[in-house]
Design a protein around this ligand. Structure first.
Ligand code: ADP
Ligand code: MG
Length: 426
């Protein structure tokens, strides 16, 4: 009994500390909108990084022709081709291929990596093109999604700030990744032009905008979180170049990642140490950083079996916690719920902040606003997604909510690149 009282105290304290009442979320949204403005004022003006994408034309749905995309993010890259048939037919055909990058190339030299990529791209183009002819003399346009930190100076150039994930190719840091790719393509005799360098949030925005002109932002909730939205170029004081003809500029905003599994692990460790509710275990798994991952807590959170069998299974397999009571398993589910609900509600506040920045949180003229969202967290963690959507409704109110839609936009990083290549080259 003593044990249970202690455990309940830990959960109650967590619940209290993770509370996100609407008033707090509105403060977060307002702060986000404010920081976004500050980040537009000057470089380093805000901790919210406001990076120029240099994309000033999003696809309209009227583009025609064959366009290519290259998506390099994790350990795989993808090459794809889309055949656009204009406003009536849209995407007539699209084909893609995923290629895994040999591990030794992830820490070799820049020319080896880009040589390999260009080689695979060349093979794909050669095979795909049998039977389809390209208009004579017209260069093939390629969009490049590159999900690493890059400092862009134009829509089709950007220097690599640093590698992340499994990559570490020293001689590529500080170099223009588009130039590296272009050089490798020339070596392969591949006659292609890189029309745009983008990231997945910009691609998501473009991919959704292609079908719906009311899409105002693309947001990624994956391993990390980031968003891209369309800003008026004249609202960007730090912009030094010539204003683009369209008067628009797509921006990207990064926020920190959401380590939901890791947060839950820390709470469970505290619960174990403070209450002993998991019995006499040695806690070694519970003490291992990042050992509990977000898909695990998602699986436990969505457990619908009457005796929470999946929770028991995960606790056993991952954390070596056995013989839990149903009460204890319910407590674990509640912890997942508290942590994820907090994250989803804060994420909703972020989205509300973007709408606020765009002046679209007041339902002016009932102008429709669509937010396109992608990323593994949003796609697979159903309770996260449902909570995000309902919280956004709660924040905006019934009236404004009628004109705001959240839409799952699949595969922005792939097809979005090819679509931006199309819109930029028109
Ligand atoms: P990235 O930002 O690396 O492109 P993705 O969009 O591919 O990420 O999403 C991967 C992330 O999605 C994982 O790190 C994990 O947090 C989350 N995720 C993947 N599958 C699930 C799942 N079944 N349940 C909950 N979260 C998941
Ligand atoms: Mg991604």
């Amino acid at each position: 009994v003593e044990v249970e009282v202690e455990a309940k105290k830990v959960v109650a304290e967590l619940r209290e500390r993770c509370a996100t009442p609407a008033s707090l979320l509105w403060d977060v949204a307002a702060a986000m909108a404010g920081e976004m403005g500050a980040g537009l004022e000057k470089e380093g003006g805000s901790r919210v990084k406001m990076l120029l994408s240099y994309v000033d034309k999003l696809p309209t749905g009227r583009e025609e022709g064959l366009f290519y995309g290259l998506d390099l993010g994790g350990t795989n890259f993808r090459v794809l081709k889309v055949h656009l048939g204009g406003s009536k037919k849209h995407v007539v055909n699209s084909e893609s291929r995923e290629v895994s990058i040999p591990p030794h190339l992830m820490s070799g030299t820049s020319s080896e990596l880009f040589g390999f990529i260009a080689g695979e791209l060349g093979k794909f183009v050669a095979e795909e093109e049998e039977g389809t002819d390209m208009p004579n003399g017209k260069k093939k346009e390629l969009g490049f999604t590159f999900s690493f930190p890059v400092r862009q100076r134009s829509v089709a150039s950007g220097t690599l700030v640093k590698w992340t994930k499994a990559f570490s190719i020293d001689d590529a840091v500080g170099e223009d990744v588009v130039a590296e790719l272009q050089t490798a393509m020339v070596k392969q005799g591949l006659d292609m032009h890189v029309a745009a360098l983008i990231n997945d949030a910009v691609g998501t925005l473009a991919g959704a905008r292609y079908y719906d002109e009311d899409v105002v932002a693309g947001v990624i909730f994956g391993t990390g979180t980031n968003a891209a939205y369309v800003e008026k170029a004249n609202a960007i004081p730090k912009w030094e170049g010539e204003l683009p003809n369209s008067g628009d500029m797509i921006y990207e905003k990064l926020t920190s990642g959401m380590y939901l599994g890791e947060i839950v692990r820390r709470v469970l460790l505290k619960l174990s140490l403070q209450s002993g509710i998991f019995g006499a275990i040695d806690n070694s798994k519970l003490k291992t950083h990042f050992h509990l991952r977000t898909p695990h807590i998602s699986a436990m959170h969505h457990d619908e079996t009457p005796d929470l069998k999946i929770v028991a299974e995960k606790l056993h397999q991952i954390l070596e916690i056995t013989d839990t009571s149903l009460e204890t398993r319910k407590m674990v589910v509640e912890i997942c719920d508290i942590v994820t609900r907090r994250a989803a509600r804060l994420a909703a506040a972020g989205v509300a902040g973007i709408l606020m920045k765009l002046g679209r949180n007041g339902g002016i003229d009932n102008q429709r606003s669509v937010i396109a969202i992608d990323g593994g967290l949003f796609e697979h963690y159903i309770k996260f997604r449902e909570c995000l959507e309902s919280t956004l409704g709660e924040l905006l109110g019934e009236e404004v909510s009628k004109s705001v839609a959240v839409k799952h936009a699949n595969d922005g990083s792939g097809i979005g690149a090819a679509l931006i290549a199309a819109s930029q080259s028109r």
